[in-house]
Design a protein around this ligand. Structure first.
Ligand SMILES: Cc1ncc(COP(=O)(O)O)c(C=O)c1O
Length: 420
């Protein structure tokens, strides 16, 4: 499931089986309950903090994108044309890149970047903590993923660990700006320079993020994006690659559309990974307000930081030094030693109080059955494996209100108090 999809199935774990959940009152020792949170946990039949659940995300299309898409539909020019070009120009400019190429989705974007930048049989350093596409497209390329652990604090790729895992066949590093927070780009670029590696950044979750005052498109050989429905810039499906090299941009454009250089003249073999103008029109309209929405996400993150850091046993996310995150997801860590329950039990109880959560991710990538053969040879990077046990995402979007924050605070305090 793409990174920011809402939780579709509630946790199946039975919270009432947990000894901690038998406590009648949710008021913990950390300053008591938020508004309306007194009494038994809702998951055990008590009154919920809020009967109206906080929306986990806000993805509804608004009038400008509906109008923009309708204009394209009425025009009959449905293929990639002026709107795709507009989205490309604007995203290149906003992200600090020379070239931008739209494509069908973020997975295609990764494939279009990996194909010219790596060879079959190469070793490619990849994060053990990311969405599967970052790595599955390395495998699709015929290269071997070498899994790198995460940093404990930011949860981003640990570049020192990447250096330890270099092999004579390593030619590239793929790094995900996870949850919308840029990785330590300076460290990645330094490693790449010293070891002669190509760098591909997966920015599927990080539209408009910056590093040391520059757009993330300014760094690495290629940067890939997703415009999946729930992303900060969501168009339904859609993707993009940015880069700063003319020859690479040409190669990617050729690969994107059957190597076609003139009508029915195919210079090389390629794919049909094109976007269309309906999607691009939605993207352009949403881009008009992306900066304002991103500011709202940052304000929401600051608000959630103050709530989460006031609750014993919960750890607010931290960002890479020099990075400005865009908070695609707001991911909290639990110090499980402090609770008498699992993360899933905790989240099920939060859901019952009116605060939906999601788990990004329930497994690290080496724990995925698809990568079992690599896990057998490389093991499971420990920090990433541990994150899979203890992280959960709180509601995060531009439309969170004071009332939502009060519900989140009340539910977190109530559940944490009862489960400790
Ligand atoms: C980090 C990351 N990379 C790649 C992708 C793949 O993007 P898409 O779903 O558009 O193919 C996603 C989507 O969830 C993602 O979160």
């Amino acid at each position: 499931m793409p990174a920011s999809a809402p939780p579709t199935t509630p946790s199946t774990s039975d919270v009432s089986a947990s000894p901690a959940s038998n406590k009648a009152c949710g008021c913990g020792s950390q300053g008591g309950c938020g508004g309306g949170s007194a009494g038994a946990l809702a998951v055990n039949g008590g009154e919920p903090v809020s009967k109206a659940p906080v929306p986990f995300m806000s993805t509804a299309m608004q009038a400008p994108e509906i109008e923009a898409a309708t204009t394209v539909l009425k025009s009959g020019m449905l293929r990639a044309a002026k709107k795709c070009e507009e989205l490309e120009q604007r995203m290149a400019q906003i992200s600090g890149a020379k070239h931008a190429m739209t494509c069908a989705n973020g997975t295609c974007a990764l494939q279009l970047a990996y194909e010219p930048l790596t060879e079959r049989g190469d070793d490619v350093l990849v994060p053990a903590w990311s969405y599967i596409a970052t790595v599955s497209m390395v495998v699709a390329r015929g290269a071997r993923p070498v899994f790198v652990d995460s940093l404990e604090d930011t949860m981003q790729i640990n570049v020192a660990d990447a250096e330890r895992r270099l092999t004579p066949k390593t030619t590239a590093i793929a790094a995900t700006h996870l949850y919308g927070c840029p990785v330590d780009i300076e460290a990645v670029q330094d490693l790449a320079k010293r070891k002669g590696l190509r760098v591909i950044y997966d920015a599927a979750q990080a539209h408009l993020a910056t590093y040391k005052g520059k757009g993330i498109g300014a760094f690495g050989d290629a940067v890939t994006y997703s415009f999946y429905a729930t992303k900060n810039l969501g168009t339904g499906e859609g993707g993009m690659i940015t880069c700063n090299d003319d020859a690479l941009a040409r190669q990617i454009r050729l690969l994107r559309s059957h190597g076609e250089t003139d009508k029915y003249l195919h210079e090389q073999v390629g794919y049909n990974y094109r976007m269309n103008d309906i999607t691009a029109a939605i993207g352009c309209a949403r881009l008009d307000r992306l900066e304002a929405e991103t500011d709202k996400r940052r304000e929401a993150a600051a608000r959630l930081d103050s709530i989460v850091s006031g609750i014993d046993g919960l750890i607010a996310p931290t960002t890479t030094a020099g990075a400005t995150a865009v908070y695609h997801l707001y991911v909290v860590k639990m110090d499980l030693k402090k609770f008498g329950c699992t993360r899933d039990e905790f989240c099920k109880a939060l859901g019952a109080e009116g605060v939906p959560t999601a788990t990004h991710y329930p497994r690290s990538l080496t724990q995925q059955p698809a990568f079992a053969a690599y896990a057998a040879e490389q093991g499971h990077p420990a920090v990433a494996a541990n994150l899979a046990q203890c992280v959960f995402a709180l509601p995060m979007h531009q439309a969170l209100t004071e009332e939502h924050f009060r519900t989140i605070e009340g539910a977190l305090r109530k559940v944490a108090g009862a489960m400790r």
